[in-house]
Design a protein around this ligand. Sequence first.
Ligand SMILES: Nc1nc2c(ncn2[C@@H]2O[C@H](COP(=O)(O)OP(=O)(O)OP(=O)(O)O)[C@@H](O)[C@H]2O)c(=O)[nH]1
Ligand SMILES: [Zn+2]
Length: 290
Amino acid sequence: MEQTLNGRIVAAFGRQYLVRLADGSLLPCLTRGKKSDVVCGDKVEIKRSGDNQGVIERTAPRTSLLHRSDAYRSKLIAANVSQIIIVVAAEPSFSDEVVTRCLIAAFDQHLSVLIVLNKCDLPVPAAAARLQLAPYRAIGYHVLELSALQDVATLRPLLTGHTSVLVGQSGMGKSTLINALLPDAQAATREISTVLDSGKHTTTHAKLYKLDEESSLIDCPGVQAFGLHHLSLGEIEQGFIEFDKYLGQCRFRDCHHLHEPGCALLEAVAKGDINARRLELFQQIAANKA
Ligand SMILES: Nc1nc2c(ncn2[C@@H]2O[C@H](COP(=O)(O)OP(=O)(O)OP(=O)(O)O)[C@@H](O)[C@H]2O)c(=O)[nH]1
Ligand SMILES: [Zn+2]
């Protein structure tokens, strides 16, 4: 009987998947039938079906699954991620709403979080960005300042043992960061494109790079709009980790924390215990989850 092999999905294009096998080789694989709920980061069992082709027989249970969704469709982003690294930069300016949406998704999937403030070689805009991130530091998030153009040594140890997904808006320096961490990244990307025979298309999809035996990095373009339609209002509330001790304390059980009397969150903002911008972001995201 033909042997099954273990591997991990490193890229996907349509129904074609690229699997890295235990020996490091890359094999294009298809799923059986119309099934296509496989995503970058998935751990799979495959069988060879031809010289340079395989079939995915099984997907291992996932430890986490990131998706984004609007009212109409849901899109898988990556599986088996243990850490999300949110890349923002001193310039151009970044959206704290996008950051917050990533944090909500991270909380929902029990992921470690690291916020990287890039381009700190630019002192004036870096100071402004640092200020914008202050509320996030204050509630316990780890913000690492660096310059991807100069040195990424402080980031390296924080990747060990993790499958980290890098997310960030365009222009934050995500590619520069990946190239600094993985000098072979461009070659690896070319190899993925060649094997999948999809040319530049793969660049719009997530890609998994291996850092060492226990650590991987997933580059995941296009999370400008991190739709959270698949999460309930309660799950979104919980993603604002500093709201925790106030939840359930409002006068009305179905309080929307907008202008209801006896709202524990509004009171906490008035007292300065919760940052006003954070409550505003909650109201914004709750009103428009997608
Ligand atoms: N000053 C400075 N510029 C940087 C740094 N990192 C990246 N840049 C510049 O910022 C610009 C955007 O960097 P990219 O790495 O292409 O950004 P990206 O996030 O991958 O953007 P997309 O490709 O649009 O997704 C480039 O001109 C980089 O040279 C840094 O640490 N300091
Ligand atoms: Zn309330």
